[in-house]
Design a protein around this ligand. Structure first.
Ligand code: ADP
Length: 354
């Protein structure tokens, strides 16, 4: 009984804080200058003087400075631990029955995969989240029985692919709605994971499967959305109540605008599909922030898949990833403008567009 009271208190507190701040957070992360950028004397256009207050400035055309404000700003020296410390409260609320969506947005090469997947030595949000979910579920094992499973999907050219499936997968995967109104993809493999030691292999298998059938893995990855879904089934051992919730962790396709003149055929189709899904995502989140009566989830496979974890009482966290280099300033400004729109700061004009 004491535990249930504590739990109710914690949820109430969490909701009060969430309500005050809204359910959408935007964190901005800037990668370091690369070796090549340093050797070719690229300069940094990002001013981090007020990063602690969530502000950053971008110097464009040599002198004009444009300022942006987000919930957090990470400088190139902030590491995976710093980032996860801020992201983890949202991620672990999936254990309390919330649906959550965390995604990384930005130009190719700005660190989306670094933030979400990370590297073997420097693991990112995906692995750290699962690690913490196992730790907490163990701590709560006297009161809750948790069942955790993962799926890894890729959306490329508006088609869904199951990255954990082995063998030939000619079957077209489609999104279906269940009788309770939640969305799922019948036939997709859900790997039940019981311990953190199993997780890295499952995540790597998903990541490696992206290369299959493509000539250039880097190019392919930058044009597809990689989506990890963590499903949590919880049984309250005190009252027998069961809940089911989903956490989506998404490494989006690169947001760069392609030069119109040299894009044709398959590349043009890819570019149009990326544009379509990223702008659909922006439209959905800003419609949610504006409390619009119609939320256009069905405009892309990406938003349709994420539907249960965007809106209602679910929680959304966007990482807007940027490059510090003067060579990328156009793309950087465009990503920061997108993120500002998502954060719902410009509610007036956004509301009119939808
Ligand atoms: P994206 O997924 O956006 O295309 P990547 O995650 O592949 O970008 O990052 C591009 C390169 O920059 C990689 O070599 C990655 O390790 C490095 N990188 C990105 N962000 C950071 C960071 N915060 N600290 C150190 N290296 C980073």
């Amino acid at each position: 009984v004491k535990y249930n009271e504590e739990m109710a208190q914690r949820k109430k507190l969490f909701n009060e804080v969430q309500e005050a701040k809204g359910n959408i957070r935007v964190f901005c992360r800037c990668r370091p200058l690369s070796k090549v950028e340093i050797s070719t004397r690229c300069s940094t256009v990002v001013d981090f003087d007020a990063a602690k207050d969530g502000c950053l400035g971008i110097l464009s055309n040599g002198s004009t400075k444009k300022s942006f404000r987000f919930d957090r700003v990470y400088t190139p020296i902030d590491d995976q631990v710093d980032v996860f410390a801020d992201a983890s409260p949202m991620a672990i609320s999936v254990l309390d029955g919330y649906n959550v969506c965390i995604f990384a947005y930005g130009q190719t090469g700005t660190g989306k995969t670094f933030t979400m997947e990370g590297t073997d030595q420097n693991r990112g949000v995906n692995y750290r989240t699962l690690e913490l979910l196992f730790k907490i579920s163990k701590e709560r094992s006297e009161t809750f029985a948790y069942d955790i499973s993962v799926s890894v999907l890729e959306v490329y050219n508006e088609q869904i692919r199951d990255l954990l499936a082995t063998g030939p997968t000619s079957k077209r995967l489609e999104i279906k709605q269940t009788s309770e109104g939640s969305h799922h993809v019948p036939g997709v493999l859900e790997a039940k994971v019981d311990s953190i030691s199993e997780v890295w292999n499952v995540l790597q298998a998903g990541s490696n499967a992206r290369a299959v059938g493509s000539n250039n893995i880097n190019e392919h990855s930058s044009r597809s959305h990689c989506m990890l879904c963590i499903m949590v089934r919880a049984k309250n051992l005190m009252n027998g109540e069961c809940t089911k919730s989903k956490l989506w962790l998404v490494d989006l396709a690169g947001s760069e605008r392609l030069a119109r003149t040299d894009v044709q055929g398959e590349r043009l189709k890819e570019a149009q599909n990326i544009n379509r899904s990223l702008s659909a995502l922006g439209d959905v989140i800003s419609a949610l922030a504006a409390k619009s009566s119609h939320i256009p989830y069905r405009n892309s496979k990406l938003t349709h898949l994420l539907q249960d974890s965007l809106g209602g009482d679910s929680k959304t966290l966007m990482f807007v990833q940027i490059s510090p280099s003067d060579q990328d300033v156009g793309e950087t400004l465009s990503s920061l403008n997108f993120a500002t729109r998502v954060r719902g700061v410009e509610l007036g004009p956004v509301k009119k567009q939808i």
